[in-house]
Design a protein around this ligand. Structure first.
Ligand SMILES: NC(=O)c1ccc[n+]([C@@H]2O[C@H](COP(=O)([O-])OP(=O)(O)OC[C@H]3O[C@@H](n4cnc5c(N)ncnc54)[C@H](OP(=O)(O)O)[C@@H]3O)[C@@H](O)[C@H]2O)c1
Length: 293
C-alpha cells in the first residue's frame, strides 16, 4: 500500500484510508467489526477515520485496536454530542477531545476535525481556539476541519488548521479547483471523503432518501461511463490520484469490498485523457452542484 506524506503535518498516511462510519452500525456484530478493523491494518491501511457521531465506531476502534495503536493514524471529529455541554461551544470541543481519548482508549489523537462546523461558528472563533489549545496541550497532533463550500474556504483562510476533510469524487468536483488547490498551496493534509461517490451505480432507480441520491442524479445527468473499468475502480482511482489528495476514506462494512478497494488503489492513476474527460464532463453538466456534507 502506497504511503504518502500528509501535507506538512509530519504524519504519513496510506493512499487508501478507512472510513469507519459503517462499522459503527448496530447491524454489524462485534466480531465482524473486529475482523474488518484488523484486516484494515493487515492490508497496510494506516489511516482510520471515525467521529463522535458514527454509532459504535469510536468505541469499537478502541476495543479492537487499542493494542495496535502505533500502527495507524487515528482521525476523529468533535463539536457535538457531549453530555452536559451545548453543541458547538469551546467547552464542548475540550470535553469532546477528552471523551474521544477515553472512548478510543488512547492518550493522543492524531487528527481531530471540527465535524461539519457551520461557517458562523468558525467565524465566532472560540471553537477553533479550543481545538488549537488541545493541540498545544499535546492531546491532538493536527487540528483539522471537515466541511464543504464557503465554510471550507473560510476554514482554510483562518490558517488555524493543519488538515482538511471534504467530499471529492466523480460527482463532486467543484472543490478540485478551489479548496483542494488552496490546500495544496498551503501544505495542508487532505482526506477525501465519499471517494466512491457513495457508489450510486448500485441503484437501478433513483434511491430516494438514500445517502447516494444526489450523486445518483448527478451521474445520470453526466452520462459518464467507466469504459473498460468497473465502476468502483473508475471512481476510486479518480479520487485517490487527484493532486493534493493524500488519502481517500472509502467506507465499507464488507471484507470483500475492503480488499477490493486496496487492490484497486494498486492499479495507480487513471490515464490522463480519462481524468481530463471526467473533469470536462462534470464542468459541462454542473448545475450548482455544490459540495455534499
Ligand atoms: N466528515 C463528514 O461529514 C463525512 C461525511 C460522509 C462520510 N465521511 C467519512 O467518509 C467515509 C466514506 O464515506 P461514505 O461511506 O459515505 O462514502 P463512499 O466511501 O463513497 O461509499 C461507501 C459506500 O460504497 C460501498 N462500497 C465500498 N466499497 C465498494 C466497492 N468496491 N464497490 C461497490 N460498493 C462499495 C459501501 O457499502 P458496503 O458496506 O456494502 O461495502 C458504502 O455503502 C465514511 O465512513 C466517513 O469516515 C465523513
Amino acid at each position: 500500500m502506497e504511503q504518502r506524506a500528509f501535507g506538512n503535518t509530519g504524519l504519513t498516511v496510506s493512499a487508501l484510508g478507512f472510513g469507519a462510519g459503517h462499522i459503527g452500525r448496530d447491524e454489524m456484530t462485534e466480531r465482524e467489526a473486529e475482523q474488518v478493523l484488523n484486516t484494515v491494518l493487515e492490508l497496510g491501511i494506516t489511516l482510520i477515520d471515525t467521529a463522535r457521531g458514527y454509532g459504535h465506531s469510536e468505541e469499537r476502534i478502541g476495543r479492537h485496536l487499542a493494542h495496535r495503536r502505533q500502527e495507524f493514524v487515528l482521525s476523529t471529529k468533535v463539536g457535538y454530542g457531549v453530555e452536559g455541554f451545548e453543541d458547538w461551544t469551546g467547552p464542548t470541543i475540550t470535553a469532546g477531545v477528552e471523551r474521544a481519548l477515553k472512548t478510543l482508549q488512547t492518550d493522543y489523537l492524531d487528527i481531530v476535525h471540527l465535524h461539519s462546523c457551520p461557517l458562523e461558528v468558525l467565524q465566532r472563533g472560540d471553537v477553533v481556539e479550543a481545538l488549537v489549545r488541545a493541540k498545544e496541550a499535546g492531546k491532538i497532533r493536527v487540528a483539522a476541519y471537515s466541511g464543504e463550500n464557503e465554510a471550507l474556504q473560510y476554514a482554510i483562510e483562518t490558517g488555524a488548521f493543519g488538515s482538511l476533510q471534504f467530499s471529492v469524487n466523480l460527482c463532486d468536483q467543484r472543490v478540485i479547483d478551489a479548496g483542494l488547490q488552496l490546500a495544496q498551496e498551503n501544505g495542508l493534509g487532505v482526506i477525501a471523503k465519499r471517494p466512491l461517490a457513495n457508489a450510486p451505480w448500485r441503484f437501478a432507480e433513483r434511491p430516494v432518501g438514500e445517502y447516494a441520491e444526489e450523486y445518483w442524479v448527478r451521474l445520470q445527468q453526466m452520462n459518464l461511463t467507466p469504459g473498460d473499468l468497473s465502476w468502483d475502480e473508475f471512481a476510486l482511482r479518480f479520487t485517490a490520484y487527484l493532486p493534493g489528495v493524500h488519502t481517500c476514506i472509502a467506507g465499507t462494512s464488507r471484507l470483500d469490498n475492503l480488499k477490493r478497494n486496496a487492490d484497486i488503489l494498486a492499479q495507480g492513476p487513471l490515464p490522463e485523457a480519462v481524468m481530463a474527460h471526467v473533469r470536462e464532463t462534470f464542468k459541462a453538466n454542473d448545475q450548482e452542484w455544490v459540495g455534499q456534507i
